[in-house]
Write a protein that binds this ligand. Structure first.
Ligand SMILES: Nc1ncnc2c1ncn2[C@@H]1O[C@H](COP(=O)(O)OP(=O)(O)OP(=O)(O)O)[C@@H](O)[C@H]1O
Ligand SMILES: [Mg+2]
Length: 461
């Protein structure tokens, strides 16, 4: 319910407006003079102010000026019986939203008020969206603790505010688009939208006109001149996704853009300069494509100024629990569920998956599990049955940067032990005596290990 402050020294007008606005469902505040209005505004939040111009204590323009100093965004509508072009202009210059002359029509008041409130709503909506975008591409939303991911974050930070071309390579679902957005939205170009083009999705014969635009008459059906995506991205960044699918003729044209910073619309005789930063991504091995003669070598080198290779999820198992928890929080909020954690057994199953669909697949699995979960904990039985449980059993995934044998074996043993105990505990519903029997160890030994591996708190009730 919107709150409206009515300021007028005439009691009769205040009463009329109060009745009119209350009937519409507005919450109305009433002030008999300028000073009283300002007092109201320091004590309450109002969404709009209707203010008389001539009042004995402070005149409307002065009230308007002070309101604007206090809160520049609240719309103030001036009402006056002494309408003149001069005062109207003065009021608008001081930041009044609109100007209504007495005697007013009720419809007019309501109409202007509704427009003013709508504008506030749009301003707030825009602010919210902008904040959301900034938060979304803030680094804290890209999860990763694996050394390879940390070095990717470092690189993003270093290259974001340059205009270097970046080539992002990684399997499907590893987060290439997320990284491209992080680069753009952390760059000085962030105030303009990132222009994303999926090269695989545009039909070959349309790519050139999509990229570079065309002039009227360039081909049958070109009945008007149209800007291409490179011109749309002027002053911003273009993200060329699935770059390996770019057909050879277009590879040559893209090379020219990168070398000369110029584009030519289809059917045009003149070139025009564009200031566009290029980010490219592919889930195929572009170097191999070059060797096979499918991708121009010179273009490859032009694109690969800064290479960013995102490793597949199976090569960074330490990121799986982090990502899983990140998605758990996100999905619990999205679906309004009270899910709080993963059971150690469920975590084990996740860590041991090969994840051919990488992070996207993990995200989908967690979303399903959150929806299916009954209590606060996601157990392995809430995970999709398609996930291999036993096959993945006790595989130890070796992080890419590990070579020390003894340390690794020690950790693997501990990991195996933790997993077996967690699984047995879950199967026995947390009953320690039975779990110890199943494992063939003493109850005391079990309790020590539960403490050692931090399994106590996750024990299902
Ligand atoms: N490190 C990460 N942290 C948080 N979310 C991630 C991470 N990596 C990927 N995601 C999420 O996983 C999903 C897939 O990521 P994205 O679309 O960026 O992958 P992609 O590499 O572009 O895949 P494709 O090759 O299929 O286009 C998105 O929802 C993204 O937000
Ligand atoms: Mg993608």
């Amino acid at each position: 319910m919107a709150r409206i402050l009515v300021v007028d020294d005439e009691e009769h007008i205040r009463r009329v407006l109060n009745v009119l606005l209350s009937k519409q469902g507005y919450a109305v505040g009433l002030a008999a003079g300028g000073q009283e209005a300002l007092d109201h505004l320091t004590r309450h939040v109002y969404d709009a102010v209707l203010c008389d111009l001539r009042m004995p204590d402070l005149d409307g323009l002065e009230v308007l000026r002070r309101i604007k100093r206090h809160d520049p965004e609240v719309p103030v509508i001036i009402i006056t019986a002494y309408a003149s072009v001069d005062t109207a202009l003065a009021a608008m210059k001081q930041g009044a939203y609109d100007y209504i002359s007495k005697p007013f029509k009720e419809d007019e008041i309501l109409h202007v008020l509704a427009k003013a409130l709508e504008r506030t709503r749009i301003l707030e909506e825009n602010r919210r969206l902008r904040r959301e975008i900034e938060e979304r591409f803030d680094f804290s939303h890209i999860v990763g603790a694996a050394p390879a991911m940390k070095s990717i974050f470092d690189t993003i930070r270093k290259v974001a505010d340059t205009r270097s071309t970046v080539l992002i390579q990684g399997e499907s679902g590893t987060g290439k688009e997320l990284v491209a957005k992080a680069i753009h939205y952390n760059s000085p170009r962030k105030h303009k939208p990132l222009v994303t083009v999926n090269c695989a999705a545009v039909p070959t014969h349309l790519i050139e006109s999509e990229f570079f635009g065309y002039v009227r008459g360039a081909f049958t059906g070109a009945d008007r001149t149209k800007k291409g995506l490179f011109e749309e991205a002027e002053g911003s960044t273009i993200f060329l996704d699935e770059i390996s699918d770019l057909p050879p003729e277009l590879q040559a044209k893209l090379l020219r853009v990168l070398q000369e910073g110029e584009i030519r619309r289809l059917g045009d005789t003149a070139s025009r300069t564009v200031d566009v930063r290029v980010l490219a991504a592919t889930n195929r091995d572009l170097e191999a494509a070059v060797e096979q003669g499918k991708f121009r070598e010179d273009l490859y080198y032009r694109l690969n100024v800064i290479p960013l290779n995102i490793p597949p999820l199976r090569e960074r198992p330490e990121d799986v629990p982090l990502l899983a928890r990140h998605f758990l929080v996100k999905m619990a909020e999205r679906h309004g569920r009270q899910v709080k954690r993963l059971s150690p057994e469920a975590e084990r199953v996740l860590i041991n998956q090969p994840w051919p669909g990488n992070v996207r697949q993990l995200e989908n699995v967690i979303e399903q599990a959150v929806v299916m979960a009954e209590g606060e904990t996601i157990g392995s039985r809430n995970l999709p049955t398609a996930l291999s449980r036993e096959a993945g059993g006790l595989v130890v995934r070796v992080p890419e940067d590990r070579l020390d044998l003894k340390g690794l074996v020690r950790e693997a043993t501990a990991l195996a032990e933790r997993q077996i105990i967690a699984r047995a505990l879950e199967k026995e519903n947390g009953n320690r005596t039975r779990t110890a029997q199943v494992l063939g160890i003493s109850r005391r030994c079990l309790i020590t290990k539960i403490g050692l591996y931090g399994l106590a708190d996750d024990r299902p009730a």
